[in-house]
Design a protein around this ligand. Sequence first.
Ligand code: GLV
Ligand code: MN
Ligand code: MN
Length: 413
Amino acid sequence: MSVPPVDEARLSSEIEELARISDTPYPSVTRVLFTETDLRARAWLTARMEAAGLVVRQDAVGNIFARWEGTDPSLPAVATGSHIDAIPDAGRFDGVVGVLGGLEAIRALQEAGVRPARSIELIMFTAEEPTRFAFGCLGSRVLAGVVTPERLARLRDADGLTLDEARAAAGVGGDVQGARLAPGDYAAFVELHIEQGPLLEAAALPIGVVTAIAAPATLRVELSGPGGHAGAVLMHDRHDPLVAAADVIRAVDRAARGSGGEDTVGTVGLLTLEPAAVNSIPRHVRLDIDIRDTDEARRDRVLDEVRAAARAAAESQGAGHSDEILNRDGPSLSDPAVIAAVEEASAEAGLPAMRMVSRAYHDCVFMARICPTAMVFIPCHEGISHRPDEYSTPGQIADGVRVLAGALHRLAA
Ligand code: GLV
Ligand code: MN
Ligand code: MN
């Protein structure tokens, strides 16, 4: 027995319970790093982990680790997990399925009487979503040691608070750099997640095995001008940064569509302007631009094209301009042995699987820097994600958990 029975009803009711710890009404979920709501969700989760007999610790960036001790604690553990933070007005499954599903996988193995040699650790990663500090995968970046102290010190939220100030307010102490893990600390990492795309549903397949994750990047462009009265400043006297921003938005769309590759995507997801009054010409405009591709070089060409277009747009308006690459990450590749463990578990569970690429990013991108990884995807309705109507059925989620449990069992045996 490698694939144990899973308590679908218990898991579903926990997902529904966690969905209600949110700053927006059900089924919308909003849980932003270290808000009062996020802290309540973390406490709720910790209690569940402890109820399963797991030993829980939190590191200096707020990652939560729950350990089920193996029969040989000296061996590197096998890890699973994901995130429970949620972007504004999101759904209840993104990330949560990997955390509560990971917990259910451990409980299923425990209840089936399994005693793995390696310990199994469930990780809830801090701030996979970039909402608060415009920096996704904060917790897993820190674990992988890929973020410098200078970069962390520059993080600011919308109120100008630093990460250290936000940590202090949340009661999370300690040296963030000390949270870094070493290669070899974990034997393997497997993340369960909803697909966030339509392919599994279209193929009527219950399981996706992720072989690679597309390379994400975030570019911030800031444009400025003198502003002024919307009635009094005549058109020939204007240097309107929002008009330049319109050209930038067009350029993102054009560059991504024209990259020559089906996998290039570009999005302006955040546009802020000041002073934001109907009778005032904007003085300052900020665009946060998300650009991704499975082909890193092509992604970088699009990034360069957008930067050049932003410079030209600012020039043609006589507007001020600056830009900053907030993150530019490479793609990540899954490990053949971890892929094999997932595929064997799928076969044993009688669940057909297909290999696929993840176009969304995940903490797995950074865990792959320190240990062998793979991901298990399950279908979600019409591929919808980052929306309140994101949905996977309890049965689809339970299938993913069975495969995860089987893979963990194999990797930890
Ligand atoms: C993660 O949420 C992503 O934006 O891919
Ligand atoms: Mn997400
Ligand atoms: Mn996610």
